[in-house]
Write a new protein. Structure first.
Ligand SMILES: [Zn+2]
Length: 233
């Protein structure tokens, strides 16, 4: 009987700590944002980098297109490739927080959860002098500790409104079609500039990079301006 009771309590606590926050942010869209603040704006964002092969190529393409984007970086990679982060900054892009490492947050205890958001933000601030106060949890999944920590440390969660499965190798034309189909006013587009995360197909970012000029064109054809993550929270 006691075993059952303990099991029930543990299950209830797990649901409250791991399950409810994911529903809260992803389904109910509470304590998180997924659109730009003002009409006529669209945010282009990239998760999981920096990657030594893909990110510099992506930066070349963004430069050629004259577009500023937001990079939600993994701190572990950012510290390994600081020159790429410095280049992002120098070229007017924004550097924000995706995590210390690419971990599944719902099952992390509060201290590790802190390191994924607040700790990661502080590490980026100390190393690169950026105000990294926008957090996009890895796989878009958080826990109760995340929801309590973010407001306390004046951080904001930004998810997305356009996601197109670009972590699988997909023809650039098909990526453009999917983005165009989901594109709306104030959209936040998420793409990926690394294939190191679990579930990503090797080489997928090359297709993303090839699709960027046409994605940029699609956004501009609708009359939207590009804004950064800090203009969405
Ligand atoms: Zn990610």
């Amino acid at each position: 009987m006691i075993g059952w009771l303990v099991g029930l309590i543990v299950f209830f606590l797990l649901v409250v700590y791991c399950g409810v926050p994911v529903l809260w942010t992803r389904i109910l869209h509470l304590s998180s944002r997924r659109y730009a603040n003002r009409p006529g704006n669209v945010a282009l964002t990239f998760d999981d980098g920096p990657h030594p092969e893909y990110t510099p190529r992506l930066l070349d393409v963004l430069k050629a297109c004259g577009v500023q984007a937001t990079f939600f970086v993994i701190v572990e990679h950012a510290l390994k490739y600081p020159e790429i982060v410095e280049r992002m900054k120098a070229e007017g892009h924004e550097v924000q927080v995706h995590g210390e490492r690419h971990l599944f947050v719902p099952f992390l205890h509060p201290m590790l959860t802190y390191r994924q958001c607040v700790g990661a933000s502080r590490a980026l601030q100390e190393r690169f002098g950026v105000l990294a106060n926008v957090y996009r949890p890895t796989w878009g999944a958080c826990n109760l500790a995340t929801l309590l920590l973010l407001p306390r440390f004046e951080m904001h969660m930004l998810l997305w409104s356009v996601m197109v499965g670009d972590w699988r190798r997909t023809e650039p034309r098909e990526l453009v079609r999917r983005v165009s189909e989901k594109l709306s006013d104030r959209a936040v587009i998420v793409l990926h500039d690394s294939d190191w995360s679990y579930g990503a197909e090797r080489g997928a970012p090359l297709q993303v990079i090839a699709a960027i000029p046409e994605i940029v064109q699609a956004v501009r054809e609708r009359g939207y301006n590009f804004v950064l993550a800090s203009e969405c929270v």
